[in-house]
Each structure stands twice: as C-alpha cells, then as structure tokens.
Design a protein around this ligand. Structure first.
Ligand SMILES: [Fe+2]
Ligand SMILES: [Fe+2]
Length: 272
C-alpha cells in the first residue's frame, strides 16, 4: 500500500498583486495529471496573508480549484514571523485567527498506512502554547507509525545543534522544543519550504527535504546558495512498511522570477 503525497510550497499568491500567480496554473495542471492522494502546501500560500484576508482567501480558492484533497500549513508571509527575528510582521493572535478563518487549522494530523503526517506552524511554535500542546499530543499518540513532519521552515540549515539565529531555518529554541517532544525518537522525515531552494539530504538521522518554491527564487546576490535554485514540487511516496521515497518534479518551463529583481513584492532586498 502506497500513499502518494504531492508537496508544493511558496506560491505567494495574491489577487490584488498577482506577481507570481502565473506560475501556479501549470502546477495545477501537473498535479491534476499526477493525481496524488493528497496535496500538502508547506506555506507562503499567499503574497501577504499576514496583513490581507483577501490574499489568504484567494490562495484558498486556488487550492480548492485543484479538485484534489489538500492540506496547508502557514508560512511567514501568511501569519507573520517569530517575534525573535524582529521583522515588521510579528506573529499575533489576530494574524493566526485570520489564517484559521480564511484557510483552516494551523496544524493537521493525517494517518495513512504506516505513517502519521503532522503539519505544524513553524513561525508561531514558541508563541502559541495551544499549538505546541496539539503537536505534542499528535507525536505522543503516533504509536508504531513513522512520523513525517511538514512545516514551512526547515528544522535547521546544517546540524540540529546549530545555534545561528537567522531568517531561514527554525530558531534554536523552537527547534529544541519540537525535538524534545519526540523523546528518544526522531521524525523519519521533515519536509519544508521557505528557503526557495531544493535540497534532499539525511542528517542527524532525519531525512530533510526542502521543496523548491513555485513562485520565485532568491538570486545569489541576496541569498546564499545551499541547495538548487529551481522551481517545482516534490512527490512523496509513503509505504505501509515505513519506507519512503521522494522525487523532484522540476518545472524549468516556469519563468524563474528572482525576488531580488522584484522590489514591488516585498521591497528592496539587502545584498549579502
Ligand atoms: Fe516563501
Ligand atoms: Fe517563507
């Protein structure tokens, strides 16, 4: 028994500023052709859902238009970011509630043969005790199932004990909180987005897959290259015996928008 899950990420959709919407229609077609059992969007569904209900509703409508079973979890452009980073859109109750009313829950648990899939909000993890409690419960009650986490930010850039604090990976404190919930176990897979780079590696006993974005990349003058700066999506196969396979669906036919050259999206980007 195999469950096929399509992971898509970082569409950055907007009705009023559709800078990246053109990239989603070909992906919708590809997904309809692929016919996965489930589509999981790993965040930054919207261009500016952190301040716009309309962007969130627009993103939700685009996902509904797939005609496929889908789940989503929020990204920093959907609900704001961890306040520790000092950005202009910190996580607030208002922003989290906006996501819940326009898109759906901030987390999900989906059991499939051999596996428990858990989606979480990596930005509000430390600030939202109810969310933490729900994730702890989902992990604690997984039983013999293997656990796959889906979250917007990668668990780390390199090692689980990294201490660097920056915009890209989960911060050290929520990372430690999340991993502590596993006790002596480890998630078998962590699938994330946010970095807008494709990477697939196993480190610290965890397969860590970074989905490429659909909307745009961030060019080298503005972002270090860790993985591949391409656009596309990821097909996961979860097997009932606990094994897992993943395959990149690169989409070189999509325009390779570079956020560094599109300041009308989020303003001018600082160069490295
Ligand atoms: Fe993004
Ligand atoms: Fe993001």
């Amino acid at each position: 028994m195999i469950t096929k899950v399509a992971q898509i990420s970082d569409t950055h959709l907007s009705k009023s500023r559709p800078l990246f919407d053109g990239n989603f229609a070909p992906v919708q077609d590809a997904l309809r052709q692929n016919r996965p059992d489930l589509v999981i969007h790993t965040g930054d569904l919207s261009l500016d859902g952190a301040d716009s209900s309309e962007d969130l509703r627009h993103g939700t409508a685009a996902m509904n238009a797939l005609g496929l079973d889908w789940l989503a979890l929020p990204g920093n452009h959907d609900v704001g970011d961890d306040a520790a980073l000092g950005g202009r859109q910190p996580i607030t109750t208002e922003r989290l509630t906006r996501w819940e009313s326009c898109v759906g829950p901030l987390h999900f648990t989906r059991d499939i043969p051999g596996w428990r899939l858990i989606g979480l909000d990596s930005q509000g993890f430390s600030a939202n005790p109810a969310h933490r409690a729900a994730i702890a419960e989902a992990i604690a009650t997984a039983g013999p199932r293997h656990i796959a986490l889906f979250q917007h930010k990668p668990i780390t850039e390199e090692a689980l004990d990294d201490t660097a604090v920056n915009y890209w990976p989960l911060l050290p404190s929520p990372r430690a909180e999340l991993l502590a919930m596993f006790g002596g176990r480890r998630p078998a897979l962590i699938a994330s987005g946010h970095v807008h780079q494709w990477r697939d590696r196993t480190a610290d006993g965890i397969r860590q897959i970074w989905a490429p974005a659909i909307g745009f990349i961030v060019g080298d003058p503005w972002q270090h290259r860790v993985g591949a700066k391409i656009l596309g999506w990821v097909e996961h196969e979860f097997h009932a015996d606990g094994t897992h396979a993943a395959r990149l669906h690169a989409m070189p036919e999509l325009p390779l928008h570079d956020l560094g050259e599109i300041p009308q999206a989020y303003g001018p980007m600082p160069r490295l």
